[in-house]
Design a protein around this ligand. Structure first.
Ligand SMILES: Cc1cc2nc3c(=O)[nH]c(=O)nc-3n(C[C@H](O)[C@H](O)[C@H](O)COP(=O)(O)O)c2cc1C
Length: 187
């Protein structure tokens, strides 16, 4: 069980630190409770992991729907899959919206400029527009920093699945009273 937990965090670390290479766990799908209760899911880039704090982090636009959803219900689920290795990670946790410039500024400054262009968009993500160009970033205005925030997730549940030729393996981990507790599950 401990080896599987180690592997989970190694896979997540590889996703966050993949650089130009990317890993199957660089892009995760993050699910929230939509404002009307409908499940909502979208792709995000895993930017940072910290096993000691059980945390994951991605960047987003403060104006986006997911931020409104997480302000109302902080529960979040993420999924990642390595198709070639037959491995799936399902994670659940609680999200914190980090918007204090003392926390966001250093991350903004350490980010590759091309990843920050989207924050210059003149309208909020999801706003109806008459043409795609109407939403394109406007270099003449701000740098967009005021729209940039971090979503930090405290992971409390992990479901690991490995579809292996020699026998499938599934394990669930739950963080409880200061430590991870594992349980084998039927795949
Ligand atoms: C490859 C890929 C990576 C993406 N990474 C992010 C990301 O890191 N953060 C983000 O907010 N949106 C990211 N998006 C866009 C989201 O999937 C989504 O369309 C957008 O954030 C609006 O979502 P919302 O309306 O649910 O808030 C990415 C999309 C793709 C296709």
């Amino acid at each position: 069980m401990d080896e599987i937990l180690d592997e989970v965090w190694t896979l997540l670390d590889s996703g966050a630190n993949a650089g130009a290479q990317r890993s199957p766990f660089t892009m995760l799908q993050a699910a929230t409770h939509g404002l009307d209760g409908t499940p909502a899911v979208r792709t995000v880039v895993l930017r940072r992991t910290c096993r000691a704090q059980r945390s994951l982090m991605f960047h987003t636009d403060l104006r986006s729907t997911k931020v409104a959803e997480l302000r109302r219900d902080a529960r979040i689920a993420l999924i990642g899959c390595d198709m070639d290795a037959g491995k799936q990670l399902r994670l659940t946790g609680t999200a914190r919206i980090v918007e204090d410039p003392r926390d966001t500024r250093p991350v903004w400054e350490a980010s590759r400029p091309r990843t920050l262009i989207v924050y210059r968009a003149p309208v909020a993500p999801g706003t109806p527009v008459s043409t795609p160009a109407e939403a394109h970033p406007d270099p003449a205005t701000t740098d967009g920093f005021e729209h940039f925030c971090l979503i930090e997730i405290a992971v409390s549940g992990i479901d690991y699945l490995h579809l292996a030729p020699e026998g499938h393996v599934r394990a669930r981990f739950h963080f409880d009273a200061g430590s991870w507790r594992g349980q084998w599950l039927a795949p």
